[in-house]
Design a protein around this ligand. Structure first.
Ligand SMILES: Cc1cc2nc3c(=O)[nH]c(=O)nc-3n(C[C@H](O)[C@H](O)[C@H](O)COP(=O)(O)OP(=O)(O)OC[C@H]3O[C@@H](n4cnc5c(N)ncnc54)[C@H](O)[C@@H]3O)c2cc1C
Length: 447
């Protein structure tokens, strides 16, 4: 039954709208970053272009299925299951420069790599993912994750440390503190998933009465898509998971096991008009410091576009996506607003949707279609609707599959299933289907 369900689910998930099939367009295409987005783009371009001329710059020797990091932290996957050598994932015919990009000059269409070489492109696919700014949380760094029982599964080793610490926490008991961050982040559901997995793990091991779970949320709402938010809040309530809204993490003292937050409070104050003397009530935001003791901490660092993207001034210069320097692309075509020979997608892109590989799977065929159109001197005409999916693991065996578009409208893939509630069939999908789909389907440009 599990096998049948898995195959059925994979069938539905594998479908997408087909676009261009072949093109004789010729141009030098440079891809920066060979992760979920970059490699999928490379594979599809190789199958569409009759004479592909594609160079990929990426320093990493390994390809990680990052959604699996949560599964490692929850003891569901072993660390080896989520990685492959990068050389085995790069499509044949793509030239791989195993270096880091340090600068882009979008005016002259040149890229500088860490080996000192300069690479010229006709078209640039900008997919370096995002940068995790651990240095913006005082008292912690990426290299010291785990010290003072402060963990972060957004890092591969950090995910492994989290699983070890979660089991110890269940035995010893104490205060469990979980945070998200105030910036846009990859898989915004992940910090909630690890809080709920910790709770469920302790319940199953009959140690739940020894621990407390408190989730410090940077914004007001636990989840910003109303269709799913209600059930998520209910689950937190049913399972005695405390929520502290509007708490922004600022630092950790790993020696004394204290977490520092800034709590945003909105006050109503009297304001007097200098000319008329009239007094009116106005809302004013203020922050107050909050210090919390913890025994087990899972925190999330602020995230942004990588520095070299920011320095190249490719980010948004207005609006809510400006602060992270997320790449200024058209939200439907994914073509850069100022440089029409740059296409950007994935985590780095300034798209007003959630940053997930599920979103990338929908972005890739559209971005490829539009890039080929530009190479053929046509206007990009394929449009992305903001589809993203976040499979929120609510317990071992159940997932609340949140799928929605730019308008926060639910977009369920599986028919006849109540998507507003957690389901075992979505757990099967998460545990058994999505990882092979990533390595064998998505990265090969097949789905
Ligand atoms: C803990 C966690 C849980 C997640 N859960 C889910 C989930 O359940 N569902 C889901 O769909 N998504 C999930 N995601 C999000 C998903 O993994 C990302 O959205 C996706 O991997 C982003 O793909 P990308 O190609 O944009 O970036 P990445 O896959 O991060 O790839 C970026 C690539 O660029 C390279 N690079 C970086 N800097 C440079 C440079 N200077 N020069 C050249 N190359 C560079 C890197 O080496 C890397 O290979 C999760 C992520 C994490 C961390």
């Amino acid at each position: 039954m599990q096998l049948l369900a898995t195959l059925g689910v994979a069938g539905c998930w594998g479908s997408y709208k087909a676009y261009a099939t072949t093109s004789s367009a010729k141009a030098r295409v440079l891809i920066i970053g060979g992760g979920a987005a970059g490699l999928s783009m490379a594979a599809r371009l190789c199958s569409i272009l009759e004479t592909p001329d594609i160079t990929l710059i990426d320093p990493s020797g390994e390809q990680f299925y990052q959604p699996g990091f949560t599964m490692i932290a929850g003891g569901i996957y072993s660390p080896d299951e989520v990685k492959k050598p990068q050389s085995a994932c790069i499509p044949s015919g793509v030239k791989w420069i195993k270096e880091k990009v340090v600068a882009i000059d979008p005016v002259t269409s040149k890229v500088k790599a860490s080996d000192g070489n300069t690479y010229v492109y006709d078209f640039l696919v900008l997919t370096p993912g995002l940068q995790m700014n651990f240095d913006q949380v005082e008292g912690v760094s990426r290299s010291t994750l785990g010290v003072g029982n402060a963990h972060c599964m957004y890092d591969y080793q950090g995910a492994q440390n989290t699983w070890k610490a979660l089991q110890e926490f269940s035995q010893k008991g104490g205060a469990g503190v979980f945070t998200n961050t105030f910036t846009k982040l990859k898989c915004g559901g992940a910090p909630k998933k690890i809080a709920m997995l910790t709770d469920d793990y302790c319940r199953r091991n009959k140690t739940r009465d020894k621990i407390s779970v408190t989730y410090y949320n940077a914004s007001k709402d636990l989840f910003d898509t109303p269709y799913y938010a209600g059930r998520l809040e209910e689950i937190f309530k049913e399972r005695d998971l405390n929520i502290c809204p509007q708490h922004r993490l600022t630092g950790v003292d790993t020696a004394s096991k204290k977490v520092f937050f800034e709590k945003a409070v909105t006050l109503e104050v009297d304001e007097t008009d200098e000319k008329t003397g009239l007094v009116t009530k106005v809302k004013k935001k203020e922050t107050t410091p909050v210090i919390v003791d913890y025994d087990f901490l899972h925190f999330t660092p602020p995230m942004s576009a990588p520095d070299f993207v920011k320095e190249a001034e490719l980010g948004w210069t207005e609006g809510s996506l400006q602060s992270g320097s997320w790449v200024m692309v058209d939200k439907n075509t994914m073509v850069h607003k100022r440089y029409p020979n740059i296409v950007s997608l994935g985590d780095v892109a300034g798209l007003p949707t959630s940053k997930t590989s599920a979103a990338i799977r929908m972005q890739v065929p559209i971005a490829v279609n539009n890039l080929v159109a530009l190479m053929e001197n046509r206007a990009p005409d394929a449009l992305y609707n903001g589809y993203t999916a976040c499979p929120i693991i609510t317990e071992y065996g159940k997932v609340l599959m949140c799928e929605f578009d730019y308008d926060k409208k639910p977009m369920p893939t599986l028919p006849l299933i109540d998507g507003a509630h957690e389901q075992w069939v979505h757990w099967l999908l998460k545990k058994y289907v999505l990882k092979p789909m990533y390595f064998h389907g998505m990265l090969n440009g097949l789905m």
